[in-house]
Design a binder for this molecule. Structure first.
Ligand code: AMP
Length: 437
């Protein structure tokens, strides 16, 4: 029986049935490379966190009434009887890791980035997968709005440099938990007259977590909520000043943005700044990435009382967006073979020296390969071309007898005989001199 992935899309590839998955991997590597490069330039260092965390970490931080925690987590009991969850988001694991390793005691403002797989039991559709890759940053220990601007500028730089040209930045401020108490009441008062017209889910949110009502995707609810009170009208003085300063910094950096009064984002830990970057070409799942400030999160996880801000962006949506815009990624195919060794004649004579030569070439830093299925010349030449080799080396009985090998330029078909003992040095010379090698 041939195994297949389940009908829902668990696949890590955004396009199921790709014929050459390694080309897709090369795209991932390209995007990751741009992200690493941009993060490095902004002074961020990479952190890798485990895929499994204790379930409680996400319940406590993201919030029990959020979609992710209430219905999308891959949670199971491990053999030790502990409830474990495959990480659905990147921030809480980073916070947990920093607290556990005492990072905040030695580094007052760590600036970190991560790249990794995330898991959510969602209904699969284009741009929404049960396994997806996020690239994100987290900064701790700074509540200066300039750092909010830095994090946003970093995300915008990344998109610009990776080739996404149609990015739209939306920002909002949620204020602090104290100022939200009044807002929550105002929102309930606004919704109460038409509560029965809200969906069952909306009505549940009205009771348990009214801000989540703003997060709805239902066109009817969006219409009902279009004149809802605005969070920014309920901000405490400091949050209002903070938000004003952030806008000033974005203006001075020449970054256009819109204020989106419904932008609460999917997790409960956000305070003050939230932001989202959308791609105009993405369609329904148009959020390329987003994030915000989470000033109470470190403390809620048992760490010191320090603020934080971060964002996460989706690899798959980034690639979909680039494809929709027709952007050709400058992917360097590092796996192209430079030299292909062709063996002819008596295998018992030729194969042992061939294995040795291949290994010598590879040890010398040259990417080299040979055929493992055919001993016919035309087929091996075809394989060499398919592998993208610039040169072939031809080794047959007569070459072995004379201690030589034929060096063939695949493009010009020019052939030269070279001593076996000198061939590795010769190829090294060509590789240094030739740009296209
Ligand atoms: P979030 O953690 O929900 O704020 O998501 C951050 C970003 O990750 C989103 O803007 C998407 O680009 C991406 N993302 C989140 N969930 C998924 C998913 N199920 N499939 C693909 N990308 C996702």
């Amino acid at each position: 029986m041939a195994y297949k992935r389940p009908p829902d899309t668990y696949d890590v590839l955004p396009y199921p049935n790709v014929k050459e998955p390694w080309l897709h991997t090369a795209k991932w590597r390209f995007v990751e490379g741009v992200f690493r490069e941009v993060c490095g330039r902004y002074g961020y260092k990479e952190i890798r966190t485990p895929i499994l965390e204790q379930t409680d970490l996400f319940k406590r931080t993201a919030g029990e009434t959020t979609d992710v925690v209430s219905k999308e987590m891959f949670t199971f009991e491990d053999r030790g009887g502990r409830s474990m969850t495959m990480k659905p988001e990147g921030t809480a694991p980073v916070v947990r890791a920093c607290i556990e390793n005492g990072i905040f005691a030695t580094h007052p403002t760590p600036k970190l980035y991560y790249i990794g797989q995330h898991f959510r039991y969602e209904r699969g559709q284009k741009g929404r997968y049960r396994q997806h890759q996020q690239l994100g940053v987290e900064v701790f220990g700074a509540d200066n709005p300039a750092i909010d601007a830095e994090v946003i500028l970093l995300a915008m730089s990344f998109y610009r440099e990776v080739g996404v040209k149609d990015q739209v930045l939306r920002i909002n401020s949620l204020g602090i938990p104290e100022s939200r108490v009044k807002y929550r009441e105002a929102l309930r008062n606004f919704v109460r007259p038409f509560l029965s017209e809200m969906s069952e889910e909306g009505q549940g949110r009205f009771e348990a977590n009214p801000l989540r009502m703003l997060d709805t995707k239902s066109p009817k609810e969006l219409e009902l909520l279009s004149a809802a009170p605005r969070l920014i009208d309920f901000l405490d003085a400091e949050s209002a000043e903070h938000f004003g300063a952030l806008q000033g910094y974005l203006n001075s950096a020449g970054v256009p943005y819109e204020i989106d009064h419904r932008l609460v984002r999917g997790f409960d830990y956000y305070t003050r700044t939230t932001f989202e970057i959308a791609g105009a070409s993405l369609g329904a799942q148009n959020a390329l990435g987003g994030g915000g400030r989470y000033d109470g999160l470190v403390e809620a996880c048992g760490g010191p009382k320090i603020p934080g801000i971060g964002f996460g962006l989706g690899m798959e949506r980034c690639l979909i967006s680039l494809e929709a815009m027709g952007v050709q990624l400058s992917i360097q195919n590092e796996e192209t073979v430079q030299v292909f060794l062709i063996t002819l004649g008596d295998a018992s004579l030729v194969e042992a020296p061939a294995v040795k030569l291949l290994s010598q070439l590879r040890e010398a830093g040259i990417s080299a390969d040979k055929s493992y299925r055919s001993r016919k010349f035309p087929q091996q030449i075809k394989e060499a071309d398919e592998a993208g080799a610039s040169y072939t080396l031809i080794l047959g009985d007569s070459e072995i007898e004379r201690g030589v090998v034929q060096l063939r330029n695949q493009k010009t078909k020019e052939q030269t005989e070279i001593n076996l003992s000198e061939i590795v040095g010769e190829i090294k010379k060509i590789s240094i001199l030739s740009k296209n090698f």
